[in-house]
Structures are given as structure tokens and as C-alpha cells.
Design a protein around this ligand. Sequence first.
Ligand code: PLP
Length: 287
Amino acid sequence: MGRIAYVNGRFVPHGEAVVHIEDRGYQLADAVYEVWALFDGKLADAEGHFARLERSLSELSIPEPMSRRALTIVLKEAVRRNRVRDGLVYLQVSRGVAPRDHAFPAGQVRPAVVITVKAVDRAAAEARAAKGVSVVTTPENRWGRCDIKTVGLLPNALAKQKAREAGAAEAWFVDELGFVTEGASSNAWIVDGEGRLRTRDTNANILRGVTRLTLLDVIREEGLQVDERPFTPDEAVAAKEAFITGAGTLVLPVVSVDGRKVGDGVPGPVATRLRRLYIARAKATAI
Ligand code: PLP
């Protein structure tokens, strides 16, 4: 059975799914998106991703295409039709289709909705986490509203390509003060010399990662110390451990930054434990 996509109210074969050439998401990146991890066919951190989606839409004055309840039903139906147990659900909502013009279209335009589902090989993901990944750094060059999860991802795509060409899994953006903001598709963390966890605060120009937020809960429940404040690449190299978080990566140990070893150059006990705890929490609360 092939993959099925959802496009504006219809489930269609993935290869035949199309959007209009004047979709504002396509022409102007006037669209937002969300990604949920799937565990056993269920949406992980559902509430956090819905809340962020609603906020992203509201910040851009794009109307909600449907209620949260209706969207949950459509997302779950997309998952069911694709028969995916472990994977990722992608949702994109654009302002809609209108003659090309930078300013918003006059009058009511229906937001355009696309959903796709893909399977993830969890065994391969666990093997990757057990080895850890490398990151490279790159100058921060994104716009000032990275808190909105828009499809305007060209700087992220270029950063990720830079990482790939260096044999790394992720690129960390570094701001003009020399601090890591976040990854191209993940939030960045270290475990410092004193064993305190550190990740950038959300007053900075970063995405408010849903995985990050849940992990902060897990960390506090575990009685671990956490500082929401920035770190430099040098501090990451001097740290005991580093890792990244995101719906795609969950909690993934980082073993080198720009070719320089972090800690012993192998995944550390804190990141490894937090990965296990995060996955257990995500599974237990998935809907
Ligand atoms: N930062 C960026 C730039 C991202 O694109 C993502 C996820 O795609 C994240 C952080 C992690 O966010 P979340 O944990 O909500 O997936």
C-alpha cells in the first residue's frame, strides 16, 4: 500500500498530491507547520504541538483551518491510512491561494492544509543515538521571529547542507555574541562541568521546542539542575555532554562540535538517560 497525503479536505495518493501554484506557502513562505513524533501510531506531545501551531497561526493572522478536535481526527486518520506505527506526521497550513501579492489577500481566503506521514526506523534511530552525532557551527542568519514555526527554512536548509557536507548530523547557529542559538531543526543543550543542564532561554530568537519543554519537566522531576541560559561552542566542547532535542531526533547525544570532541567523544550518561525517560514519557502521554 502506498503513502497517502491529506490535501485540503481530501486523502489522495502521495504521488498525486498537489497544491496550487499560487499557494502563498509556495510563493512567499506564508505558511506554518508542525511535526509530531508517532509512537505506536499515536501523536507524541500532542498538546504542546497544537498549542504552538495555534500560536504560530495567530502571530501571522492566519485563521485556524479547523478546530483542534477536528484536526486531531484528521491527523489520526492520516496516520491510520498510512499504517505507520513509528514515524512523523507533518502538517502545513498556508494562508491559502490568492493572486501573487506580498500583502495579505483582500477578503476571506481559506487556509490550505497539507498533511503527510512517514515511517521512522526506530531501531536505526536507537543505533544512531547509541553512537552519538556530530554538529558543525554556522553564523546565525535567520530573521527575528524564529519563535514562529514558518516554512521559511532556507537558512536552516543551507545550514543542514553545510552539516551534511562535513559529515555532521546538525548545524548549530551561533549569534553575533558567540552563543549557540539552536540547531537547524533542533534545540541545543549541554551538561556543564558541574553537571548542570544548560539550554538557551526562549526570550532568545529560537523556536520554543515542544520536546525541549517536555524534557524540562522530566529534568525537574528527576531533580536535575537546569539553567536556561546560552552557551558558546567552546563551552560545549569543554562540557561533559551535549545533545539536541526535537520531534525528529527526540533526545540525541552530540559527540563532537566542529570536529572537536565533547567530553569523551561518546554519548554521556545524562543524555542517554534523558533520551530513555523522554521516550517513556512521550509514549505514556501520546494520544
Ligand atoms: N528548533 C528548530 C529550528 C526546529 O526546526 C525544531 C524542530 O523542527 C526544533 C527546534 C525542535 O522543536 P520540537 O521539539 O518542537 O520538534
